[in-house]
Design a protein around this ligand. Structure first.
Ligand code: HEC
Ligand code: HEC
Length: 273
């Protein structure tokens, strides 16, 4: 007879299943299970990261359908499910299909890019990686804002299994200037002369690029690098200056409080110039 963790605990400490359930509710030390005793991720629970092959993850993201958020979330979770992580079998239970809502900036609304939505969804359930988890999120967002994407070196294109012929469909690389799907797509359209409807290859490569970068950051943090020291992990110098008066817990005079690390001046002109 096999027993699940909750039953085992009940036997060890000699309390009823109902009492054990009540005791465990809200703790993350013990994973939640469904009615059949199967593992199910519990709110607040964290799973252990293990280093992945960034290019293999990027290739899987490129080959995975279902929109950008699903591409990135599914690829990294699938790689973790096959990794050396002590939690590999737990990663395997995660229904990555839920990430399908993230396409085109949340079900077509052109707001938060699905690649970044996926980074948040993933890193939020990862156990602490040398204190770097929030810096990895920040670096992913800033990289997406400022980098000329998708990655287009011959090595990367071959690495994800794409071709030079397919590169013609991308047309041009571009800088999003914002974590928004809208600005990413429209700046690409301005650079390439192509419409949103033709974004297929470009956005698949963008997801591959972001999966690559996110995994690289995770690996580097795992290896002990202090990601928080990198400029890319912080808001720009200009945004930090805005934040010095538009703070989170205190503000200068009547200045409104601001909680964002986005580049302020893409949307605001600023007011001291
Ligand atoms: C030296 C402190 C200080 C800095 C730096 C600062 N602000 Fe402000 N900001 C204020 C104060 C005080 C107000 C409210 C009074 C006012 O309207 O002038 C304000 C108001 C605003 C407003 C409301 C509308 C307006 O223009 O009055 C916006 C938007 C704004 N700031 C954006 C920014 C951005 C973007 C930056 C960085 C480029 C920035 N602020 C930097 C102090 C600052
Ligand atoms: C993606 C666009 C975007 C970015 C980036 C952005 N904001 Fe805003 N912000 C807005 C919008 C939209 C409003 C609401 C404006 C309105 O209601 O007229 C707003 C409101 C504000 C207000 C209150 C406006 C008022 O009239 O009092 C302040 C202050 C402000 N933002 C500062 C900042 C600062 C500082 C940053 C960077 C750290 C920033 N914003 C980044 C879009 C943005």
């Amino acid at each position: 007879m096999s027993i699940n963790r909750r039953q085992a605990l009940t036997q060890i400490i000699g309390i009823s299943t109902a009492a054990a359930g009540a005791t465990l509710l809200g703790t993350s030390a013990f994973a939640a299970t469904d009615a059949d005793g199967n593992y199910r991720l519990e709110l607040g629970e964290k799973l252990k990261y293990a280093p992945l092959d960034a290019m293999a993850t990027a290739k899987l993201a490129y080959e995975t359908g279902g929109g950008c958020m699903h591409q990135v979330f599914h690829a990294i979770v699938t790689m973790l499910a096959a990794s050396d992580s002590a939690d590999a079998s737990k990663f395997a239970t995660i229904p990555t299909a839920l990430a399908g809502y993230g396409w085109a900036g949340v079900v077509g609304q052109g707001t938060l890019c699905g690649n970044l939505n996926a980074a948040g969804m993933l890193i939020n359930i990862l156990d602490d990686i040398n204190g770097q988890n929030s810096s990895i999120i920040g670096a992913s967002f800033r990289y997406y804002e400022t980098e000329d994407l998708p990655l287009s070196s011959a090595e990367f294109v071959a690495g994800i299994g794409s071709t030079d012929e397919k590169s013609l469909e991308v047309g041009a690389t571009s800088i999003a200037n914002s974590p928004l799907c809208h600005s990413s797509i429209s700046n690409w359209s301005a650079a390439s002369g192509k419409e949103f409807a033709l974004k297929g290859e470009r956005c698949k490569r963008l997801s591959a690029s972001m999966a690559y970068y996110i995994v690289e950051l995770l690996n580097r943090a795992y290896a002990g690098e202090d990601i928080s020291l990198l400029a890319i992990a912080k808001p720009s110098t200009e945004a930090q200056a805005c934040q010095s008066c538009h703070g989170v817990s205190s503000t200068m005079g009547s200045a409104a409080s601001v909680k964002t690390d986005m580049e302020c001046t893409t949307c605001h002109t600023g007011h001291f110039n």
